[in-house]
Design a binder for this molecule. Structure first.
Ligand SMILES: Cc1cc2nc3c(=O)[nH]c(=O)nc-3n(C[C@H](O)[C@H](O)[C@H](O)COP(=O)(O)OP(=O)(O)OC[C@H]3O[C@@H](n4cnc5c(N)ncnc54)[C@H](O)[C@@H]3O)c2cc1C
Length: 472
């Protein structure tokens, strides 16, 4: 088995198949694993994530994958989400004692950045999601409607849209509400906030991202496989309707019985022979659009925040992560030390920043940080850097699912994996792992040894469990 691509999709497929007895040979073009969800070391020695990555309690397959490769203990889960608006008003979201779907009611009722009118309109829309188990009548209308249209149909106030729906969904789906399929937006609330008490819990790595994959290499090698870094596949070779080999630089050719392409969708066309590109599964990939994410890294000369992370409202900066606190001593700065503090800021769907000069982005974000965190006002910024990912994720625009191919292809021994394949999930680490597991399942099914790797969604609990059972 050859797996091309060492991001989460390729790693999940590779590890699952190695566990199932396949000799897996994984080829990754970069010198490290993890793809988009990775980190690297700056010349000055700091570990920097490609961009901050977080998971949620409802990401059951990512959790399963981290457990398989011994990385689960490197993710810390938080129950409390803190929001700060431009006036410095704080709001918190945390489950109280009530059962789902009322577990957030107390926090929501006292959430200062929203008015009573905003809250009533949100409650109305939430009730609609609950009553339909996350599938309101109009989500599939016209092949998919936008989240903004869905919200307008539910008479959401401007405040509710800007300070609630947009804040949660742009971060979760990396797209603006008018370009997001309502099905994905509703799913976020159903799976993470309504159907159970724990789906919203936020998991943040306590190590640089690349360190989450240490166990993948050994999981594959212990079963007789290999992980090849700095190995760029150039093209697949097809004979008599099946893939026979992958070609690499310097005439290197690697043969295998089956192949999984786990590269970004933009890289697929170059790898498959010309005659295959017209097949609908590959042709449709050109229809997938991409959306950007920008990360801003700021190093201060002293501690400026104590929370592990906060969400900002009404600013370009969406999240601030206290990397020093989260990493502990990894960057040589213990969280209790007075050596300084490293913050990472995240801006999803950052279209407006793509053409903005880096220094301008730093100046603007620094101003926002100083406004939100009083301790930062007297602190000196030691250094800063900006990472722009123009094609961070595929855009979950209305009707996007029709362009996403299955993991199984019309070529009997060629399989696809990647967050862009048909998983039902948006472009996330969870979606990538699901795609890898689905590809592994497809391989074993073809082999006549069916096996299920994909973990089910979190079960509904509390009153939602009673309600969904009564509907069944
Ligand atoms: C800035 C940013 C922030 C994000 N934040 C979050 C977040 O907070 N939470 C979340 O869940 N998701 C987040 N995501 C999305 C998440 O990173 C991706 O959905 C996921 O990592 C995709 O995994 P993948 O394996 O499908 O693809 P990739 O990670 O892109 O992996 C593909 C791999 O294939 C390799 N490759 C490509 N061509 C070749 C070739 N010819 N030969 C060999 N190897 C090749 C690439 O080098 C890469 O390693 C974020 C993404 C970005 C970019």
């Amino acid at each position: 088995m050859i797996v091309i691509g060492g991001g989460l999709a390729g790693l999940a497929a590779g590890v699952a198949l190695a566990e199932s007895g396949w000799r897996v040979r994984l080829f990754e073009q970069r010198p490290f694993l993890g793809g988009r969800a990775t980190s690297y070391v700056l010349p000055s020695g700091e570990h920097v994530d490609n961009c901050q990555h977080v998971t949620l309690g409802c990401c059951t397959n990512l959790e399963d994958f981290y457990r398989r490769v011994g990385a689960a203990h490197k993710i810390k889960f938080f129950d409390r989400l803190v929001f700060i608006d431009a006036q410095g008003r704080r709001g918190e979201m945390q489950a109280g004692l009530l059962p789902a779907p009322f577990h957030m009611t107390g926090a929501f009722a006292s959430f200062a950045p929203l008015t009573l009118k905003d809250k009533l309109s949100i409650a109305w829309a939430m009730l609609n999601i609950l009553q339909t188990n996350g599938r309101t009548w109009d989500v599939n209308q016209f092949g998919g409607i936008s989240m903004l249209d869905w919200l307008r149909r539910r008479h959401q106030t401007k405040g509710a849209i800007e300070r609630f729906w947009r804040v949660v969904l742009v971060s979760a789906l990396d797209e603006e509400l008018d370009k997001t399929d309502a099905r994905y937006g509703i799913d976020v609330f159903w799976k993470a906030f309504l159907s159970n008490r724990t789906g919203y819990r936020m998991g943040v790595p306590t190590v640089p991202l690349a360190e989450l994959y240490d166990g993948c290499k050994s999981a594959i090698e212990e079963k007789g496989g290999e992980v090849n870094l700095r190995a760029t596949a150039r093209q697949l070779q097809i004979e008599n309707g099946a893939v026979t080999a992958a070609q690499f630089d310097a005439g290197r050719e690697e043969r295998a019985d089956a192949f999984i392409l786990a590269v970004p969708h933009t890289a697929v066309a170059a790898l498959i022979p010309g005659e295959m590109r017209s097949a609908s599964a590959f042709r449709n990939l050109a229809m997938l659009k991409t959306a950007p994410i920008t990360g801003i890294h700021l190093w201060f000369d002293r501690e400026v925040m104590t929370e592990p992370f906060v969400t900002l409202l009404d600013t370009t900066t969406q999240w601030i992560f206290n990397k020093t606190g989260l990493y502990g001593s990894v960057n040589g700065a213990d969280k209790n030390s007075d050596k300084g503090q490293y913050l990472q800021l995240v801006v999803s769907a950052s279209y407006s920043l793509l053409q903005t000069p880096r220094q301008e982005i730093i100046d603007m974000c620094l101003k926002e940080v100083r406004q939100a965190l009083p301790a930062a006002r007297d602190a000196n910024l030691i250094k800063a850097t900006v990472t722009k990912e123009a094609a961070a994720t595929f855009s979950p625009e209305p009707g996007v699912d029709r362009w996403r191919p299955k993991q199984e292809t019309t070529v009997p021994n060629l399989f696809l994996a990647g967050d862009w394949t048909d998983t039902g999930w948006p472009a996330t680490m969870e979606g990538a792992v699901r795609s890898g597991y689905l590809a592994a399942e497809a391989v074993l099914r073809k082999e006549g040894r069916p096996h299920q790797f994909v973990r089910p969604d979190l079960a509904a609990d509390g009153l939602v469990a009673l309600w969904t059972r009564s509907q069944a």
